[in-house]
Design a protein around this ligand. Sequence first.
Ligand code: SF4
Ligand code: SF4
Length: 112
Amino acid sequence: MTYVVTEACIKCKYTDCVEVCPVDCFYEGANMLVIHPDECIDCGVCEPECPPEAILPDTESEAEKWLELNREYSERWPNITRKIDAMPEADAMQAEKGKFDRFFSQEPGEGT
Ligand code: SF4
Ligand code: SF4
């Protein structure tokens, strides 16, 4: 089992999730984070720290379609281990639906 990040994360980067992860298994894209499924220890502490509720356990049906994206991009994007500034539009975009099709970027973030 693992936790996965879903499209609700796009344009957030509050990164409260990163702060609490005991094994530093978040990876940073240009406007989204993902979790490495093989590194996550299923502790669940990041889930309630995510205001847009973007983090789900893979046991939830909604999480299934995001698992491969988390796996693929956690291999391509840099590790992020510390809190950074949120994206300027993070508050406004928090409840937005359908962010993947409109805003997903394959580009890597900077990592920390
Ligand atoms: S708090 Fe949630 S939505 Fe924000 S960066 Fe972390 S996982 Fe993404
Ligand atoms: S469930 Fe635990 S180990 Fe997995 S990403 Fe969240 S904080 Fe990290």
